[in-house]
Design a protein around this ligand. Structure first.
Ligand code: SAM
Length: 225
């Protein structure tokens, strides 16, 4: 059974999509998408030999070798023009790694109309990248699984405007204020308050002053929710 996290990623894949799942590990997501009749074909990309072999094995075991191509490649280099991929999923990595993957082979995104990204941490950098590269947030999700909170950002081509708070919290997520969202930012707020208190009595150096200003600023943003 697929994790709730990957199941939520799968929900954003349009019916009839040709999907590339980058950093696919066991290729669970592409296998699920084909079995469900959501994707018509898929590419599973992996840069590490072990997970690549797991993906090859899983696709064989599920009898999906006709529908899913597994490639050992760095990021979007797994995608070839002839694949006609229109949807890319990248899940289970940090935001900065996801962004570096998106930036390294921009030519692979030429025919792509939807990106479904699930950063484990620092979703903010994904929104910043989208803003700077003419992708717009179509939808977002936040969920809790095994005591971890995950965000999903769904992008389509287009321009958007985001405030600083929207970049940090997610424009859709901050409107909906789901329980996982409230939990995440309550936790973050407590961390920031703790750090701020710990440096309260500290001597005044430019570094500490800067840290204090940054934390105060973040606390103001979270108070504004
Ligand atoms: N996507 C799956 C999921 O969400 O459950 C697997 C997540 S796993 C934590 C991250 C995977 O990404 C690892 O298998 C790793 O080898 C792969 N990976 C990391 N950097 C990559 C890159 N540049 N290109 C392709 N795969 C990469």
């Amino acid at each position: 059974k697929l994790s709730k996290r990957l199941e939520t990623v799968a929900k954003f894949v349009p019916t009839g999509a040709v999907v590339a799942d980058i950093g696919s590990d066991h290729a669970y997501l592409p296998c699920y998408l084909i079995h469900k009749g959501v994707a018509t074909r898929a590419v599973a990309g992996e840069v590490v030999k072990g997970p690549f072999e797991s993906a090859v094995g899983q696709v064989k075991k599920e009898g999906l070798t006709e529908k899913i191509t597994v490639r050992l490649a760095d990021g979007l280099a797994a995608v070839e023009a002839a694949d006609k991929v229109d949807t890319v999923t990248i899940a289970g990595m940090g935001g900065p790694l996801i962004v570096s993957i998106l930036e390294k082979h921009p030519e692979s995104l030429r025919g792509v109309t939807r990106l479904i990204l699930q950063p484990n941490i620092h979703a903010k950098v994904i929104r910043e990248w989208a803003l700077a590269n003419n992708w717009a947030i179509q939808d977002e999700a936040i969920l809790e699984e095994d005591e971890k909170i995950y965000e999903i950002v769904v992008l389509q081509r287009g321009s958007m405007k985001l405030t600083e708070a929207e970049i940090l919290f997610g424009p859709k997520l901050m409107l909906r204020k789901a329980p996982a969202f409230v939990q995440k930012w309550t936790r973050e707020k407590q961390n920031w308050q703790r750090v701020l208190q710990s440096i309260e009595g500290a001597e005044q150096t430019p570094e500490i002053d800067e840290k204090r200003a940054e934390l105060t600023h973040l606390l103001n943003l979270v108070e504004g929710l």
